[in-house]
Design a protein around this ligand. Sequence first.
Ligand SMILES: [Zn+2]
Length: 105
Amino acid sequence: MAGTSVRPAPFPPTPPTMPAAPDPSAAPATPPCERCLALADDPRRREPPACLALRGTAPVVTQSAAGVPYSMLSFCCRDCGTGWRLYDRANELFVSWVPERPLER
Ligand SMILES: [Zn+2]
């Protein structure tokens, strides 16, 4: 009769619950403003448009695959919310502005 031990039931497996996060690849509701479109047409100017706000405080300094050091600054447009990255390579006269997602015209 002895020998039958009842084990406590294991904890029920809890399924991983993922919070419903908004899809970051979803198209923005706000179309790009005129200044962002103008910046996309002239991505080598050094002066940011007045609508762009600097996101970080310090530039990210890194190296390209070819070993060329460059710094990167993140901006966000106050008007349309478009994110921009400003790449500034060493020994180059021009910078390059790259939108974080393609602008829709
Ligand atoms: Zn804008």
